[in-house]
Design a protein around this ligand. Sequence first.
Ligand code: SAJ
Length: 437
Amino acid sequence: MDLLEKLRRKQARIVVIGLGYVGLPLAVEKARAGFHVVGIDSNPDRVEMVNEGCNYIGDVVSEDLATVVSDGRLRATSSFEPVAEADVVTICVPTPLDRHKQPDTSYIERVVEASLPHLHAGQLVVLESTTYPGTTEEVIRPRIESLGLKVGEDIFLAFSPERVDPGNARYRTRNTPKVIGGVTPQCTEIAKALYESILEGDVCVVSSPRAAEMTKLLENVFRIVNISLVNELSLLCERMGIDIWEVIDAAKTKPFGYMPFYPGPGLGGHCIPLDPFYLSWKAKEYGFSTRFIELAGQINDGMPEHVVERTMELLNDRGIALRGASILLVGVAYKKDIDDLRESPAVKIGDLLLQRGALLSYHDPNIPGARMGTHELRSIPLHPDALAAADLVLITTGHSDVDYEAVVRHAQQVFDTRNATQGIQSPKIVRLGSGTK
Ligand code: SAJ
């Protein structure tokens, strides 16, 4: 039976390399669709947890994972040998930046190299990791063809960007439309058959892997630029004595031609602050400067410093020096209602405050422990006495399950960088992007 038929009959054997916030949901969806799935991950703890049916990714329904594992449709390993029996190999590994803000495709290269001894004719390889246009054809294709396999004839290769929005209860892997770009029309057709057999959402075909890689970067550049825009306007509003949150809520009433973004203490996560720099890096190869991306990065990177400076001003207005002041951070995850600290602006703010001699504590219901600078901190309960003891309460992430009425009631002063106290009237509250001048 050929690959297309195996996919249509859901009899294909699938390998998912990388069992993180993209790979594990995808592996579970493929197993739920009826495929036999093997997940490959270098982290032995993840391998063990999957094989025990224990979930560690918030966006995965734990029961779904447990079921497909107990039914024998999903198992995990650190070995690449299962690639030999696979009909489909999906790569979902990290694409970080190195310390020079240069793309680091070493994860992709490493897993492709480890797969090579097991790859053979008749297979489909799909890259899902967000990366610069050209990665699939410049990094993966040559390695596969070094085996003597012709892409588009012996073996098939495509790019299909992940669109996971961690914590989004409405759009999950299963019902989010998927973009696919194959190296050849045959590659595209086979990749399309794969995703149509596992996802409820639409499958959108583009003409090449580069178009699909660029599609994903457009989506994330769109976000970083618009978030930086509203961050910049929040700084202006502070000077002009205008409330940016009121202005955004008013702008939102426009039913067309506008989409709300909100100011914050900076930009966190492992995608939006990083992915756009994959494009700006590649653009230099074409003598092109992606000025919006660079400017957006500068503005967003400056937000933690701004929050610390405003904190110092607020304390100063009360005759309190930052050095020795007790500051309680409320919410440290990189965005609301998740448990992920990666690139979190709250961690950067905490580090800056500690460097300036503040006595720092934090509360985050989702994050029991956090390293800030050289300090290992533990989340403290949000008791009234802890709130009252803080010279200033700084809301850096607006988790839903925090009682902000109680925070305001017991705090001496609240600096709210997320408008989490929206609707609460109190002279104690100062909001980012809301000036008093
Ligand atoms: N943020 C703001 N203001 C906003 C929106 C976000 O300050 O108006 C901040 C968040 O607090 C967070 C950062 O930006 O620190 C990134 O937020 P995000 O909402 O973009 O969330 P991510 O990075 O977890 O997931 C995003 C996906 N988010 C959405 O589509 C809403 C999506 O862009 C990508 O599918 C995903 O990154 C990815 O993996 O690329």
